[in-house]
Design a binder for this molecule. Structure first.
Ligand SMILES: NC(=O)c1ccc[n+]([C@@H]2O[C@H](COP(=O)([O-])OP(=O)(O)OC[C@H]3O[C@@H](n4cnc5c(N)ncnc54)[C@H](O)[C@@H]3O)[C@@H](O)[C@H]2O)c1
Length: 240
């Protein structure tokens, strides 16, 4: 992210803004609109956070959790709680739509793979296979015959009682738009509800919807689906 004067729209327009989503966030603040970042792009520039806070606006993100990572962050806490040690997790995605074309082998794809990679260490307390990340791989391929389907293949290597090695293989075939649309509708409703309840700043209870949840600076994001869902329900009960 480049350093520019985020307070001045003119300065931003003339600068080389690394993330278009951050520019949209800035424009949303100018329009006094809350902002939900469903893309993997980084919008958490400290000056933008400050501007949104000062304007009493809510922001949430990032990267909608609709397919493979939803499944991964559901399975990982279950394996963790069974005391099964995960030795490796290999994830491959086949996407046949415009999103797949813009993600495969590009900088945007690297940002996406990164936001899909953070969850396991957060949930397990370790990175499978070690910190070099080779034991947790996430790949994205553009494969036109898949169309708007979103195919995910996961191979999980794990060790159980007495050091016995086991494996699980999961194949998910979702529909991209059908998975994303209701999440976006719910996020808009949740944001409106939170605004009515007087909240501003990062919307932590929305973590359930995101691969890489934005939380207040210094806080630790939660990634496990059961914990995120409980946090969402608690918020709705308390604020409702
Ligand atoms: N299930 C999902 O669909 C899903 C899940 C998680 C995250 N996302 C993220 O949501 C974003 C959108 O996904 P999609 O499947 O709808 O992609 P898409 O390619 O179908 O649609 C993107 C749209 O944005 C428009 N666009 C591109 N650059 C723009 C710009 N600078 N200003 C204004 N419009 C611009 C394109 O013309 C296109 O209409 C992507 O970043 C994707 O990674 C999608």
């Amino acid at each position: 992210m480049i350093d520019c004067d985020w307070h001045s729209l003119e300065g931003i327009a003339s600068g080389d803004v690394a993330s278009v989503s951050a520019l949209y966030f800035r424009l949303a603040i100018e329009a006094e609109a809350h902002f939900i970042n469903f893309t993997p792009n980084n919008i958490e520039v400290p000056p933008l956070r400050e501007l949104a806070e000062a304007a009493g606006l809510i922001y949430a993100g990032r990267d909608g959790k609709t397919g493979q990572t939803f499944l991964k962050t559901t399975l990982a806490p279950a394996l963790r709680d069974k005391n099964l040690h995960i030795d490796g997790w290999l994830s491959t995605n086949l996407l046949g739509n415009a999103d797949g074309l813009s993600l495969a082998g590009t900088e945007a794809g690297k940002a996406k793979a990164l936001s899909k990679s953070k969850c396991l260490k957060s949930i397990l307390g370790y990175t499978p296979g070690g910190e070099d990340g080779i034991g947790h791989q996430v790949h994205i391929h553009y494969y036109p015959p898949r169309g708007d389907s979103k195919e995910a293949w996961d191979n999980i290597d794990f060790t159980g009682f007495l050091g016995v090695k086991m494996q699980m293989k999961v194949n998910w075939l979702g529909q991209d738009s059908i998975l994303a649309a209701p999440a976006i509708i719910d996020l808009i409703r949740l944001t409106a509800f939170a605004a009515d309840a007087g909240l501003h700043g990062p919307l932590t209870p929305a973590s359930y919807f995101f691969k890489d949840p934005i939380v207040p600076e210094g806080d630790i994001a939660r990634h496990a689906i059961p914990e995120q869902f409980e946090m969402l329900l608690d918020f709705l009960r308390e604020a409702g």
